[in-house]
Design a protein around this ligand. Structure first.
Ligand SMILES: Nc1ncnc2c1ncn2[C@@H]1O[C@H](COP(=O)(O)OP(=O)(O)O)[C@@H](O)[C@H]1O
Ligand SMILES: [Mg+2]
Length: 375
């Protein structure tokens, strides 16, 4: 077997880009992002409306890493509802998924008063890997040992790719960071494609490189003002085309094929944008329809607040519902929930049991996020 050596990065950013060949793709990808942002700007409260998509992104990006948890399992755990005894590994998966979402929220806040730097990337990583499982993976620290990409547990000789030696890592990271700020580059989306791939090639952390690199995608678009909110997610496409995603990254270092990677990435943006716009529109329609239905069913001043709560947390228990909706009277809250169930707008997932509060679910929203046609 050929001995695997750590990769020595070539000139960065790459020089040989055949711009002419990708002009049509660049045009389509940029207008796809612009359309998505136009839709975002039309939303009164995008954080509330799109919050289930953020959780979904966290689930899918983490699934590329190998976590097993589903969106519903994450939401059920957050609602304090578990119909079966869950394993500690699933609990850890869920924690990592919630960390991913928290890292995104944190970074969005930071970017309002701080530029994107290696320091911020480390802070994001620290949140992402803040868990029992992440403890031995140096959260928030660049690696000082050799790592490799392949099937977990396999020796380096059998790996697919060996990232650079830690001794030269810092120098290449600094070059990478400089490129983040290079605003004269001809196109931001091509720049982002290159930034994401080079981050994965450098593999600066012991673990969590894939997730940090994918988290970076909406953050870069937001930071460079292509988006009003960092809510353009790509992991659904990358998860569906995972083999191609990994192969195209590999071909950069194996064959110097930046062109193939850039084309793949621009195509991903174009395809994912259609999906994201479609889902967001359906969610907006549901919100508008539900506004009237929630008001009619509850006849309450809290109707819209209750709807916002179900958008933020489509699976929720009574206590959290009262808190999030800012209803101080338990009787009022219970009455609203009862009326919503009677009007078939939400469903009772689990009745209260002793001191455990009841759990409710807003199926219509989950079905859109999960692409289900049932219920
Ligand atoms: N050949 C490759 N070259 C560079 N990066 C790769 C290659 N194959 C896969 N990757 C990236 O490495 C990630 C896995 O790295 P890892 O540190 O385990 O991240 P995470 O723990 O978040 O999955 C993949 O999600 C992908 O982004
Ligand atoms: Mg990993």
């Amino acid at each position: 077997m050929k001995k695997k050596e750590p990769y020595i990065p070539k000139k960065f950013p790459p020089e040989k880009i055949e711009w002419k060949e990708i002009i049509p793709l660049i045009g389509m990808a940029n207008s796809a992002i612009a359309r998505f942002d136009g839709m975002l700007q039309g939303l009164v409260n995008p954080s509330v409306l799109l919050s289930p998509l953020t959780t979904k992104e966290a689930v899918l990006s983490s699934r590329i890493e190998g976590t097993q948890a589903t969106l519903e399992e994450v939401m059920q755990e957050e609602a304090g509802f578990t119909d079966k005894k869950i394993s500690s590994s699933l609990k850890e998966d869920i924690k990592e998924i919630i960390n991913y979402r928290n890292a995104l929220t944190f970074a969005e806040g930071e970017l309002s008063h701080r530029p994107m730097t290696l320091g911020l990337i480390k802070d994001i990583h620290a949140i992402l890997l803040d868990s029992v499982r992440g403890k031995d993976k140096s959260p928030g620290e660049f690696r000082n040992s050799q790592n490799w990409i392949g099937i977990p547990g396999m020796p380096m000789e059998m790996s697919r790719f060996v990232p650079p030696d830690p001794i030269i890592l810092q120098e290449h990271l600094e070059r990478w960071e400089k490129f983040l700020h290079f605003d004269e580059f001809p196109d931001k989306l091509v720049q982002l494609a290159i930034i994401h791939a080079q981050f994965e090639i450098l593999h600066p952390f012991k673990d969590g490189n894939g997730r940090t690199g994918r988290l970076f995608i909406p953050l870069f678009l937001f930071w460079k003002k292509l988006l009003t909110k960092p809510s353009f997610y790509l992991s659904e496409y990358l998860e569906r085309n995972r083999q191609q995603y990994d192969d195209k990254l590999l071909f950069i270092t194996e064959k110097g094929d930046w062109q193939g990677w850039i084309e793949f990435f621009l195509n991903a943006i174009i395809k994912q944008s259609e999906i994201n716009i479609g889902k967001s529109k359906k969610m907006l329609e549901l919100y508008e329809k539900s506004k009237m239905e929630f008001a009619a069913a509850t006849q309450s001043q809290y109707a819209i607040a209750a709807l916002d709560t179900f958008f933020k947390k489509p699976i929720i228990n009574t206590s959290l519902f009262l808190k999030t909706t800012a209803i101080h009277n338990r009787g009022t809250g219970n009455d609203i929930l009862k009326k919503l169930v009677n009007a078939k707008l939400i469903k009772l997932l689990k009745p209260s049991e002793g001191r455990k509060p009841a759990v409710y679910i807003f199926y219509d929203l989950l079905n859109i996020v999960e692409d289900k046609k049932i219920c």
